[in-house]
Write a protein that binds this ligand. Structure first.
Ligand code: GLC
Length: 559
């Protein structure tokens, strides 16, 4: 595959609302990000993805955009943004914006004008259908609960489609006029100097038309969006056009949020001339999912499931393109709480999980606080829930017959609020996130778990992530890690996750013991320790003896 500038990158996602508040309003801001650029540089980051900072009523925390060309005053000004872009550039960091174009906000001018004249230019930017008061155009269930159809304000005889919240009307991608507006906007940001985009919910832009019902999946008589998406063909035309008109001329980085990926589609999506540079690997997060709702899902994923998912994705993408590897993002639980047993939140296990994910073939994305080993938060009562999706799932759990206590317990492990609690900078007031009242309460564990404490300690989770990023940049191994193959090692050995990264004349073995009990693993050749998770590594007789949750990177001399 052709070499591209982003193939060696280490990326970091910032959820601006929760990162650092510099003006005391309880909401993180761009000046907060500016303050922490040195921290990010020292962490070895060279791409920063900012979750949405555009003008928004924040019904879905910025994923409901009311003006694509302006910064929401709560986050700062365009001057702050320009300063951020310039200061990041000085530190070798590119800024990746969030591109939310499946829908906009119902407060966007386009939608207001569509309400004024549903048959006019802007009405055609949305999916607006006639409504006789009884029969909706179809029975699709929105991702945040209830029908995808909502009465069009001011027009009782019309409804509009929203795949997500009713304040997020879907944009009609079949309309070339709309597509032109989107490309114009993307090029405006790219011309400004952003490094690229993370592309939100993109798989939803193609609808199976004409609208029709699918078999209901729950007692509400509605069907999952997935049913419809499986029948929606032709998204490639839109994505190829987007690529040609925006990313390609700017040599931009693009990473898609693609949930329903199939091996046969991968070359078109992320191959040499794919629509995107990369797409996230969500396979592990999808383990244990149940269509009935979060309450019916398995609250944690075992090491064996995690390993199998990662290896299956790696196999699918091998010699095709670059996946982006994550253990968490702003849409779910903290990785350490989801992939490690509740009793094992010790730092060694957190480092092991982070190391195993980080060194897979592809682009590592860290999510803010992951580098500290931040954990899921505590929900005492339903009023503690902020996120619209969690609130809906709580109702689903109640409707399924769970008691209020059981419903809260069942949905808490999946809540998107887990990842959205404020970044834990210090042991001081509000974890050092704000002098004011934080929009979401910090995780009560911040007095012991925070960046200040970890910066002062050589064996902290943070120090470990710094060593990982340094390894990825190192002259000795950068090529192997960016371009080398990923080959599972002893994949059948239970609770052992090991793989080789082989390339450019060098071979690394990455190995983690996914259990509290020790175990030994055979080595493929003579080995030398390159990196560990601060537990003493024992190599002898062609084997590595691993303590519980031990992690090591070894250079292998293959004969
Ligand atoms: C994506 C975002 C999520 C948002 C949804 C609707 O999945 O990551 O936060 O709620 O799209 O925009």
């Amino acid at each position: 595959m052709q070499k591209k500038w982003w193939q060696k990158a280490t990326a970091y996602q910032i959820y601006p609302k929760s990162f650092l508040d510099t003006n005391g309003d309880g909401i993180g801001d761009l000046r907060g990000v500016l303050c922490k650029l040195d921290y990010l540089q020292q962490l070895g980051i060279n791409l920063v993805w900012l979750s949405p900072i555009y003008c928004s009523p924040l019904a879905d925390q910025g994923y409901d955009i009311s003006d694509y060309y302006r910064i929401d005053p709560r986050f700062g000004t365009m001057d702050d943004f320009d300063e951020l872009l310039a200061e990041a550039k000085k530190r070798g960091i590119g800024i990746v914006m969030d591109l939310v174009v499946n829908h906009c906000s119902d407060e966007h001018e386009w939608f207001r004008r569509a309400c004024e004249a549903p048959d006019g230019r802007y009405g055609k930017f949305f999916y607006i259908e006639d409504y006789d008061g009884q029969h909706l155009p179809c029975n699709w269930r929105s991702y945040f609960g209830g029908s995808v159809w909502e009465p069009l304000p001011g027009h009782p005889d019309k409804v509009y489609l929203h795949s997500f919240h009713k304040k997020q009307p879907d944009l009609n991608w079949e309309n070339p006029d709309l597509r032109e507006e989107i490309y114009r906007m993307m090029n405006w940001w790219l011309d400004k100097g952003v490094a690229g985009f993370r592309i939100d919910a993109i798989i939803n832009i193609k609808k199976a038309l004409p609208f029709r019902d699918y078999p209901a999946s729950r007692a509400d008589g509605l069907c999952d969006m997935g049913e419809m998406l499986a029948q929606a063909h032709g998204i490639g035309d839109f994505l190829a056009e987007m690529q040609r008109r925006t990313f390609a001329p700017h040599d931009a980085f693009s990473v898609g949020e693609v949930f329903n990926s199939h091996a046969e589609d991968l070359p078109a999506f992320i191959g040499e001339h794919g629509y995107f540079s990369s797409m996230f690997d969500f396979s592990a997060i999808l383990c244990g999912k149940n269509r009935d709702g979060w309450y019916a899902c398995a609250p944690t994923v075992s090491g064996e499931e995690y390993k199998r998912s990662c290896f299956a994705s790696q196999k699918m993408a091998a010699h095709v393109g670059y996946l982006s590897n994550i253990i968490e993002n702003h849409d779910g639980p903290r990785g350490v709480s989801h992939y490690l047993p509740a009793s094992e939140h010790a730092e060694a296990a957190k480092k092991m999980l982070g190391g195993l994910s980080f060194l897979l073939a592809g682009i590592p994305f860290l999510y803010e606080g992951q580098e500290l080993g931040m954990e899921n938060t505590v929900f005492e009562n339903p009023e503690d829930i902020d996120d619209i999706s969690t609130r809906d799932e709580y109702k689903v759990a109640l409707a399924a017959g769970l008691s209020p206590e059981a419903a809260l317990r069942a949905v808490a492990p999946f809540s998107r609020d887990n990842a959205r609690t404020p970044m834990q900078w210090t042991a001081g007031k509000n974890a050092g996130f704000t002098d004011g009242t934080p929009w979401l309460a910090p995780n009560p564990n911040y007095p012991r778990l925070n960046a200040a404490e970890q910066l002062a300690r050589a064996d902290s989770v943070l120090a470990f992530y710094r060593r990982l990023t340094a390894l990825r940049r190192s002259e000795a191994y950068a090529d192997t890690l960016a371009y080398g193959d990923c080959i599972p090692w002893l994949p059948e050995q239970k609770n052992l996750m090991a793989y080789l990264r082989r390339g450019s004349g060098k071979t690394l073995l990455i190995v983690g013991n996914f259990q509290p009990a020790p175990q030994a693993a055979a080595l493929p050749g003579a080995a030398r320790i390159v990196l560990d998770n601060d537990l003493p590594v024992t190599l002898s007789g062609g084997k590595i003896s691993l303590l519980g949750w031990q992690f090591a990177v070894l250079e292998i001399s293959e004969s």
